[in-house]
Design a protein around this ligand. Sequence first.
Ligand code: C2E
Ligand code: MG
Ligand code: MG
Length: 577
Amino acid sequence: MTEMALDAVDLAAAAPHLRALATPGADAPFSELADHLPIGVFVVELGRGVVYLNRHLIDLTGLDLAADPTRPGHSAVHPDDRERVGSVARRVVARGQARMVDCRITVLDGAVRTVRCRLAPLPDEQGAIVGLVGTVADHTDVERQLEHRATHDELTELPNRALLAAHLDAALVRAAAESTSVAVLFVGLLRVPVVTHALGHAAGDRLVRQAARRLVASVGPDSLVSRFAEDRFVVVVEGIADDAAATALAERLVEAMEQPYVVGDDDAFIGAAVGIAVAAGAGSTVDQLVSDAGVAMARAVAAEAAVEVFDAGMRSEVEERRTLEISLRRGIERGEFGLAYQPIVELAEGRLLGFEALARWVDPPAPGMGPAQFIPVAEDAGLIGALGSELLGQACAQLAHWQRIRPEVFVSVNLSARQLAEPDLPERVARALADAGAHPAGLHLEITETVLLDDVDGAVESLQQLKSTGVRLCLDDFGTGYSSLTYLCRLPVDVVKIDRSFVAGLGVSDRDSSVVAAIIGMAGTLGHHLVAEGVETSDQAGRLRALGCDMAQGYLYSRPVPASDAEAMLGEPTATA
Ligand code: C2E
Ligand code: MG
Ligand code: MG
């Protein structure tokens, strides 16, 4: 409840009229008006107490001066608030300044309501303050609305984080007292941004609202479903038997989330993953449980699983990742990253054609810390833009230098999904090339096919813009995603790189051999060049050659090496094969 200074010009200006109200018949039109106001009006005179109450206030409080002149005017004010209201009133009179005060009053039926009172000094004809006038407005509904707003999410009307915390806290206390358990289910909707991107924000909102309703319907009346963030919900289930019961519920939730959504002319589909954390006896805190469940949800997403139950190992993984993120950020600032170069050769004669540039944490060297470890962390932490630009700059400088030694040489640089999604990537590539003075045709950009799948039309457009800078495009790790012929046809790529897992199976697994043969046939038909990755034996090289593959890369020719060693190879006309 609050007490505020009030700019009650109107009330203060009306005070003389209000005073007249106390004299029956003195200001009849005004009295008539005051009686019909939907708020309470009263007048207090020093030494006389309450001298006027309008009809609204009489009906509200049952105070009637005519019927019961002995009942003090302030008796309607809640006993706990009387002192405070009295002191505000005294100040209004003493300072001659209007003020506002919220308090509780007991109304006719005994209920307690919250009211907002505006109090203004009451002057006599000479201007001396002889009392005060006040208005009383019922604030209970406003307060309820404010409270609802403070504790509920606007879009879904579900409890928000604040209410979740209060509810879960109470549930933990109950669980400790009754030796039962509380499960927290962290529900992450997947691919909502794809729907929003394709169908607009209103469609995204409709989808989230439908998902919220389904969650509520799926968990039953005794559980709390709250909206935690955009497309994240947290469900609190009390008295759940064990992990298996929580998992069964979580699986039902995922199933419910995966049903089609009606958001426009077409149905939309999304996925969901659920992380579970169960309060283990006393000592579990709200923050810890929600965070554990969130970690388990992230793990489920990473593992492409529907449901994961939190275990302590996940927490240390999270901590390690956070540490790595911090050193990555610092490493990028300090220029600790560089590139190793791995030759790509012509299969027929082993002639060096170019290099793939591979990110390395070189200065100081970080043993066991390859790009497969740090690139995904850089992506998640939003650092890939900075790291990617730095490496692209280095690769372009190297390319420019090597183009002066051998003009047709190329350097192939890996791009991550996040980089491809940046609208200014083509400009950045063009600028990096221009700054280095490198010829665009010597720059190859590698993109993995899984990156492109989510939004093929968008991908085709981004790739075309990239190509307009004059660079060549490579589809990396081909065969590991959902390689489909139609898909390959549509992408404006120049080179397809066959993933090394298939190359490893050449001559070992019939299936892998036939997949490689099919990819080579397919790419050949479409006019794409081919690079076989991870060629380690001359047997593999021989088979690839026989199948018509034109280029290869792998330990058989060379491991990734520092730029100086790579440069030495430029002078050699033929690598070992
Ligand atoms: P990738 O683009 O498919 O790169 C080929 C990976 O295979 C490299 O691992 C390379 O060292 C390894 N490799 C090459 N030949 C052989 C072989 O004969 N046998 C075996 N077993 N492995 C071979 P690396 O350098 O650890 O890179 C791993 C992945 O990290 C890359 O896969 C690429 O996806 C990513 N990456 C590397 N550098 C960058 C970068 O600058 N930016 C981005 N976004 N991703 C990068
Ligand atoms: Mg690559
Ligand atoms: Mg690859």
